[in-house]
Design a binder for this molecule. Sequence first.
Ligand code: KIV
Ligand code: ZN
Length: 508
Amino acid sequence: MADDRLILFDTTLRDGEQAPGFQMNLEEKLQMAAALARLGVDVIEAGFPAASPGDFAAVKGVAERCQGPTIAGLARCHPGDIKAVVDALQPAAKRRIHVFLATSPIHREHKLAMSREQVLERIKSGVATAREHCDDVEWSAEDASRTEPEFLVEAARAAVDAGATTINIPDTVGYALPGEFQQLFVMLKRELGDAAILSAHCHDDLGLAVANSLAAVAGGARQVECTINGIGERAGNCALEEIAMVVRTRPLAFGVQVGIDTTRLAPTSRLLSSITGVDVQPNKAIVGANAFAHEAGIHQHGVLAHASTYEIMRPEDVGVAKSQLVLGKHSGRHALRARLTELGHELDETAFEQFFSDFKQLADRKREIHDSDLEELALGRAVRTTGPWELVSLHTSAGTHARPTASVELALAEEGVRAEAALGDGPIDATFQAIARATGAGEARLIDYHVQAVTGGEDAQGRVTVDCLIDGVRVRGHGVRTDIVEASALAILEAFNRRAATRSLQAT
Ligand code: KIV
Ligand code: ZN
């Protein structure tokens, strides 16, 4: 790898996915991995296989289906964890085992109850075991930024001697400051030379994850670990779109290049938001809705006269289309297929035909169809959990003097239709209760509910995201419709379907 290449190691599916509210199912992870491969990241960390059977299946699924990037799996320095990564990564064309162990005094004393010597021994055995199975081994010093610098060097040397090819220095708790983090990398580079690629993995607790990652690059790091939209534990990780665009916009400042197709940044960010139901804030750098919106008259005047007066990047450089309006109900399959591909959605023939029919129905209800409408429809056909239950009909009533009620009919394959009715605090609650009864799913509670317009305009579709506790398991669901009560019913039903899917996974 040339010295001016900055390796982008994406951990959206591991560190990102482990944050509350960002869990993804297998189909969603596969869809996200395909988008990351199209974006051109160098490494995809697909999960932590020893953490759960679901994580193992996801890493294996990504390893089987995702072409292009190296696929990495995370492991503690334990033989069992490492074996799980080896097995899950077996189908990947390019694979990496990522082992980690905490090195800071706080972790050594309170979490690991291990001496420095024991930590060094565990690092050596973990890395050496990983190296027996794979030539590409990364070792991470968890809580590196709070580790005694001389011990960090000793630990990194032990990892290199045991065969690690990348040494990752996490700022696990988001405590580092750019100046000191840069110096840490300068020192590690001086001590280790070119024995391994140095990597930074920064958390955003003090809002410094991107600044610290850039400081690491200035100090000699040639890999940055990051996530789409900066999702991750607590305040999140370094945002991939930000690091990539800093390096691209200010090439002389860092002297490194990234190998991604930056025009895929906005579509990949939107895909993640649609999958998780969590939008980025409007003022988010690079991918926020306002990132390229000029409101003040004086700014608008300047941009119209010459875009560079107020723009340091062009919207099209990050994949924000100039016009997001697509053809209406007369559009043909060909045009739609082409637009979907531009937006980064690959549907097989069956899913595309269903998408096309959804599109026609939407075009009957909505005057203008925007890219985000298309993306919601495409996701509906690609990743939304369907079955075993389908919504056949829904009727709700509510008003100032009436107790809200809902009646639903659900179809269950082979069993036919089940009808139920319920009262609630409002029509959505009543719908939730009626669906819970019809599915007979056990104890169920709606924890969180939010609705967001997919596009502007009076006839906009509403995207409803629900978070529910069903039979002791927390599950999410989404529904998108121009009618938000119907969207709510679909979201609730998706949550019940997900719960049914996890039950059958547990049963196998
Ligand atoms: O933040 C951290 O320390 C991590 C490591 C496991 C790489 O995520
Ligand atoms: Zn982390």
